[in-house]
Design a protein around this ligand. Structure first.
Ligand code: 6GU
Length: 228
């Protein structure tokens, strides 16, 4: 998968993709993330990418020309499956969307900043608008990093069996069960006996029970419509 991220604050995205699982995905050639500085596509001498809002009011708006120039240049090289705009008024990003996007080939992710982008950008270029939750961030960059991470780890063959996404919280609408590692006892706190038993079937059953219990206690909303 190839992901182009467009931002006016590229420094915010210098490292999140270069560690851990996303780094491995890139080293394996399964993922390529390129960050583009909107300022490199500015169309006037001052390298301006934002301007005052027509009609007044506080806050700057990202201009259409630099964004159009950048997206059009990218589209010369590839066919994009989605052109995503990160914005607090977008559709809430869920695991289901991550699963779908992880099977695509080419994505553009445009990060909003200040008061957002000129509405005409959304009309002309954007195919999907995403928010990562009901709170306001200074810009779409950290949200874009969240989306790239959630998608990147799901790309086929990125995770090994050991790190399989199949046992993640949310993958089947259930929270993950508790996990333990050595030592088997810490200051009198014991790891549940069953996990030391070596009895695979019983362990799987225990984990499912724990998942259900945890979901019921913490996120009962996830169980609406869940087949028990
Ligand atoms: Cl995508 N952008 C901003 N600025 N704030 C957010 C968000 C996005 N998602 C949640 N809050």
């Amino acid at each position: 998968m190839h992901i182009d991220v467009i931002t006016c604050v590229p420094k915010l995205l210098e490292s999140p993709f270069n560690h851990s699982i996303l780094l491995r995905a890139q080293k394996k050639g399964l993922l390529e993330v390129v960050v583009h500085d909107l300022r490199d596509y500015a169309t006037n001498n001052q390298k301006q990418v934002d301007d005052y809002a027509f009609g007044g009011g506080a806050g700057m708006v990202l201009m259409i020309e630099p964004i159009a120039k950048c997206i059009n240049a990218l589209k010369e090289k590839r066919q994009y499956d989605e052109v995503i705009y990160m914005t607090p008024d977008g559709k809430k990003f869920h695991q289901k969307t991550a699963n779908r996007l992880s099977l695509l080939n080419n994505l553009i992710i445009l990060c909003g900043h200040y008061k957002g982008v000129d509405e005409r950008v959304r009309e002309k270029f954007i195919t999907l608008e995403l928010s990562i939750g009901d709170y306001v961030l200074s810009g779409g960059e950290l949200a874009a990093a969240v989306v790239v991470d959630a998608i990147g780890r799901l790309i086929p063959n990125v995770l090994s069996d050991e790190t399989s996404a199949l046992t993640d919280s949310f993958q089947d609408n259930l929270l993950a069960p508790p996990v333990y590692t050595r030592p088997a006892e810490y200051e009198g706190m014991k790891v549940p006996e069953i996990l030391l038993s070596g009895h695979e079937a019983n362990i799987q059953e225990w984990r499912l029970e724990q998942s259900l219990k945890r979901t019921q206690e913490r996120r009962p909303d996830l169980l609406d419509g869940y087949e028990l």
